[in-house]
Write a protein that binds this ligand. Structure first.
Ligand code: FES
Ligand SMILES: [Fe+2]
Length: 358
């Protein structure tokens, strides 16, 4: 795989004449000549773990945001995400050497202990003890010496805030009634690693035409999509086809930034879907689908059939995403959806990037 960082390459520096033409040619070059491509890692909240996959006292290595990380849960129950490498001599805090809970560095109280020389770090990334030294080195004392990522734990999911310049969160993770209510059932989960930047998958929602040909639906979906700040919202009235005829219903989706999407299916069988996408690196994404169905419907054949259909649709899209190329200047027709509006909305999540490049 040829990889280039398109975010730091200045096309105008290659220009011998008109810089607009040079940029256009450069964009086409990006599309046509490479077997794969990168896109920037967007700003936002992204799922890094299910809550029930991180026990108290457990730490584990992760790799998201093109960064090595350690995730741990302190004795008080707080989930903490730090950059992986110890500022002392560089050990990975997510790989322990003794019999710890899980596989990472030992957790003591609210801190993690580096497996190499036992320096201890708190949830803010400050060193709080060097057990064999008379004092903590000034560079590590009273201030973070490892990056600590903003974390939220809601809806049975641990989310981390990514901003390439380290800015504080610009919006919050939303809490969903369906994930926190006795009237709704258990989470049913599906996961995929997809060899595509996450923007490509999100564009699915602004592309009704592919539903006819990839998903073989009978009628082209008619969405009303609104883009508003970091939110996008779409509503669609549908007729679900069942063996007993068609049932009127609706599908409504909300994207709370690029990483946290929800879809509510109503009419046939009340179903809530959290679609959580996390960038592993510039060209690979981790997708989690978490379904929660109303207890009254959970387990019915219709409920199972709906889940099967949604998962099938994702798996129909996957080979297209994994083998396509991003067209920054696509030729569109009048039957296409709001691709340009979607891309404009999405570009806000590339905070440090020249969006004219895409
Ligand atoms: S490398 Fe972490 S304490 Fe030495
Ligand atoms: Fe699709």
């Amino acid at each position: 795989m040829i990889e280039e960082n398109i975010g730091t390459t200045d096309p105008s520096s290659r220009s011998l004449g008109n810089p607009d033409i040079a940029q256009r040619e450069y964009k086409q070059l990006l599309c046509l000549s490479r077997p794969s491509y990168k896109m920037p890692i967007p700003v936002g909240w992204f799922c890094v773990s299910y809550s029930d996959e991180l026990k108290i006292g457990e730490s584990k290595p992760l790799r998201y945001f093109d960064t090595d990380l350690v995730l741990f849960r302190t004795e008080s129950g707080r989930a903490v995400l730090l950059d992986a490498y110890c500022p002392h001599l560089g050990a990975h805090l997510g790989y322990g050497i003794h019999e710890e809970v899980g596989h990472g560095g030992r957790i003591e109280g609210e801190t993690i202990v580096c497996p190499f020389h036992a320096w201890r770090f708190n949830a803010e990334g400050e060193c709080v003890e060097v057990p064999y030294a008379s004092k903590i080195p000034p560079k590590a004392k009273g201030r973070p010496c490892i990056r600590a990522w903003p974390v939220r734990e809601l809806n049975g999911v641990i989310s981390a805030w990514h901003h390439p310049k380290g800015a504080d969160p610009l919006w919050e993770v939303l809490k969903y009634e369906e994930a926190n209510s006795d009237e709704w059932g258990e989470q049913t989960r599906f996961e995929w690693t997809v060899n595509t930047p996450m923007q490509e998958m999100s564009e699915n929602a602004a592309d009704p035409a592919h539903f006819l040909y990839v998903h073989r639906v009978h009628d082209m979906p008619q969405w009303d999509i609104k883009y508003d700040g970091h939110l996008s919202q779409g509503v669609q009235n549908v007729n679900f086809r069942t063996p007993r005829g068609s049932v009127a219903g609706s599908i409504s989706s909300v994207a709370n930034g690029p990483g946290q999407g929800t879809t509510r299916f109503s009419g046939l069988c009340e179903t809530f879907l959290m679609g959580l996408t996390t960038p592993i690196d510039h060209c690979t994404s981790h997708v989690r689908f978490i379904f929660i169905q109303a207890k009254a419907d959970e387990g019915s054949n219709i409920a199972k059939g709906l889940l099967r259909d949604i998962v099938k649709q994702f798996e129909e899209d996957k080979p297209i995403w994994e083998h396509k190329r991003y067209r920054p200047l696509p030729i569109l027709c009048d039957g296409d959806g709001p691709i340009a509006s979607f891309r404009k909305w999405y570009s806000q999540f590339y905070s440090d990037f020249d969006v004219g490049m895409l």
